[in-house]
Design a protein around this ligand. Sequence first.
Ligand code: C2O
Ligand code: CU
Ligand code: CU
Length: 431
Amino acid sequence: TVEDGVRTFQLTAGQGTTSFLGIGDAETWGFNGAFLGPTLRAERGERVAFEIDNQLPEATSVHWHGMHLPAAMDGGPHQMIEQGETWRSTWTIDQPASTLWYHPHPHGETEKHVYLGLAGMFILDDDASLAADLPSEYGVDDLPLIVQDKEFDNSGRLALNDDGSEPGTLGDTVMVNGTVGAYQEVTTEQVRLRLLNGSTARTYTFEMPDRPMTLISTDGGFLDAPVEMDQVRLAPGERAEVVVSFDAGETVRLHSSKTDLGGIVVPATSGGNDEFDVLEFRAAATLTPSSEPSWPQAKDAVADELHEDEASVTRDFVLNTREINGEQMDMNRIDEVVHVGATEVWEVRSTQPIPHSFHIHDVQFRVLSIDGREPPPELAGPKDTIYLNPNLTYRLLVRFEDYADPTMPYMYHCHMLLHEDEGMMGQFVVI
Ligand code: C2O
Ligand code: CU
Ligand code: CU
């Protein structure tokens, strides 16, 4: 509802039962329902307000992943909602059109809460995205796709592997928006897919047979120019918007193939050895012609250009065995102090032979280089989460625009949620 210019949302986190096709009933958690949560949507410049009611059997929190907002509104581990309590969060949307998401962030329990079903998409629009000629009819030719893998035990319950083994739970059942074996009817020549890797540990390499996927947007907004991709790889927490074309009457599958890491041998630790069909598209016998897509102009879409020559500080982050820079997360320790308005370079590296998925709250960064080389075009847009190939240095350019608050930290962490829960997280304040 919109009142006095504030767009207000009510969310209730609770337990329920979900029937998974071919598997049976399982206890799940969700927002305003048994599993997952509603897609939230707002426009740049709007003020949003949330009332979140916790009807779960334990405390949780709700974090706005990818959102630029005050730390006290961020929904991280310092904004816990006790059982039966309500938490209010409000801010003004001030960032480009993008596909963001929301999920719990209770320290040590995030993997479980997300795995049981607490997650949803948060779509932002702006003048440029509304003016662009892109498939944009929600649920018809503009599809939110939350991709997750689950494991079911013999009695059909959602099973979380909690023995601490790498990389956390890798399920053998892949679902889209909570549906196993999902299909989607296609009625238009072109369809926009908003892909979210909402898995707790698995990395996907998406592809579609016989056609490119035109990548238009990454985590935090549109690319300067669309890029035709054969494969789109997403680590946990990452998003991508792609436009794909269909022929009348055809049936095609979105597939996740084995992950080719360019010669780097990574074992099954991020699910890279597995292949899945993710979603089947069934195109109608006649399709509504789509007009030639027009892309938002980069100068409109990307409001705040980042400039490397303005960077005043370089910080190093080394990820290894549940630690960042040799330390595990401590709720009472501030790891980094950043000055409001500063542009910085964050150099991030996994020194283990396994990949990680590095995420920074509050900001969208630019990848300057990967081991000294220019990032590929698909990593040249705004990002808040990035797949870290082992032993490569990722130089990220970050600007901490506003919202100084010396009393409340933001998080940075690995988005493989077992890693995060077990300590691969740190805290920064903006002062
Ligand atoms: Cu998507 Cu700190 O999280
Ligand atoms: Cu986040
Ligand atoms: Cu990790």
